[in-house]
Design a protein around this ligand. Structure first.
Ligand code: SF4
Length: 381
């Protein structure tokens, strides 16, 4: 996140482009790309397009021409994250577990609370972030499906985020040091550079589709890319599961927009469900201090470190705090959501198949082993 705001450019990101080229040029490697939702609404800016241009199809085409063996969508795993997180919330409600539940898909925010609020380590969701869930599913489920040795697979995450590079190296997230869930993380800017280095004329590319089955996603997964989107996606599933009723309105306008802290009360079959959304760590601190003081009545809180959420991530084309650019990217995210046939994560057919054929129950033993993590006090580290 600091890269997004460093005024002197003194901080530079860990460049992993050479590692990707090396993997792509190694005939023994089976190289998989996964792309986060915020990348597709900002990558075009690296090629002279307006902020908010949606370039999903061209991005997929470019990745295929760069030589990736498969191009999948982190959004598939965002849907999976929502199924796990909504089930975790229901479990806490049923067993009287500690609330509020905090979203855990932003590694900069996770590191912040591990350092600053170690007494609250038991309240964030234990769900891994979507790209980490994707990595483990690619190396277990997809490897089994295709009969590929997981040791041959290289997973490359294309992210709007520089903190994801650190996250991928967290030992708590890997199951085995020889096969990390995600091998390499590159940012939106690094992908734009690779496309230019390869001499690909981005604007002239046709639109191409993600590979399947890990390319299937719903509108709920798209909105992960902007502030308020994760909680809105979670509510689309949690509301229906908790109340047993279909949602009357699918869009939760109260969590949209660039206000620093947004709050609303949702009626869940007679129970008031209190939700907050915040972006920027200064705002997060205010909310966490309320929880520490016992003054919080929230049931669920979304926290993202970057202004605007991942659309404003430190790995995106530079926006220099220009809110108009962030608003254009957010509008594109919501357009993409409305264009989707399915807009609730639990309706993703490929995610349903994954549970039926491989994981078993959501939040069950296997899902827990592969898709969840734990947090560590880092104040003294
Ligand atoms: Fe990364 Fe920023 Fe998104 Fe957090 S909000 S996951 S730091 S891009």
């Amino acid at each position: 996140q600091c890269l997004a705001v460093c005024p002197t450019g003194a901080l530079t990101e860990l460049d992993q482009v050479d590692k990707v080229w090396k993997a792509l040029n190694d005939p023994e490697r089976f190289v998989i790309a996964e792309t986060a939702p915020a990348v597709r609404v900002a990558l075009g800016e690296g090629f002279g397009l307006e902020p908010g241009a949606i370039v999903t199809g061209k991005m997929v085409a470019a990745l295929k021409r760069l030589g990736f063996d498969r191009v999948f969508d982190t959004e598939f795993a965002a849907d999976l994250t929502i199924v796990e997180e909504a089930t975790e919330l229901m479990d806490r409600l049923k067993k009287g577990g500690r609330l509020p539940i905090l979203t855990s898909c932003c590694p900069a925010w996770v590191k912040f609370f591990e350092h600053q609020f170690p007494d609250l380590l038991d309240i964030p969701s234990t769900c891994k972030s979507p790209h980490e869930m994707f990595g483990v599913i690619a190396k277990k489920y997809y490897a089994d499906l295709m009969g590929i040795d997981p040791q041959r697979i290289t997973v490359v995450s294309v992210m709007p985020c520089v903190a994801k590079k650190y996250e991928a190296a967290r030992p708590e997230l890997g199951r085995d040091p020889k096969t990390p869930d995600v091998d390499i993380v590159i940012t939106t800017r690094e992908l734009a550079r690779m496309i230019r280095e390869a001499g690909i004329h981005f604007g002239a590319l046709p639109d191409e589709d993600f590979d399947q089955p890990l390319g299937e996603s719903t509108g709920a997964a798209v909105i992960f890319g902007t502030t308020g989107g994760v909680i809105e996606a979670a509510l689309r599933t949690a509301y229906e599961w908790i109340t047993g009723r279909p949602l009357a309105r699918i869009e939760f306008e109260e969590f949209r927009g660039m206000e620093g802290i947004k709050e609303a009360v949702i009626d869940m079959a007679g129970r008031d469900f209190r939700v907050a959304v915040t972006h920027g760590l200064g705002n997060a601190r205010k909310i966490l201090e309320k929880i520490q003081a016992g003054d919080s009545e929230y049931d669920a809180i979304e926290i993202m470190a970057c202004p605007g959420g991942c659309i404003g991530g430190g790995g995106q084309p530079y926006h220099h705090g220009n809110m108009e650019i962030l608003k254009a990217r957010a509008a594109a995210i919501y357009r993409e959501d409305r264009n989707k046939t399915l807009r609730k994560s639990h309706e993703n057919p490929a995610v349903r198949t994954l549970y039926e054929k491989y994981l078993g129950e959501p939040y069950g033993e296997k899902a827990h082993m592969l898709l969840h993590t734990h947090y560590i006090e880092r104040r003294k580290i």
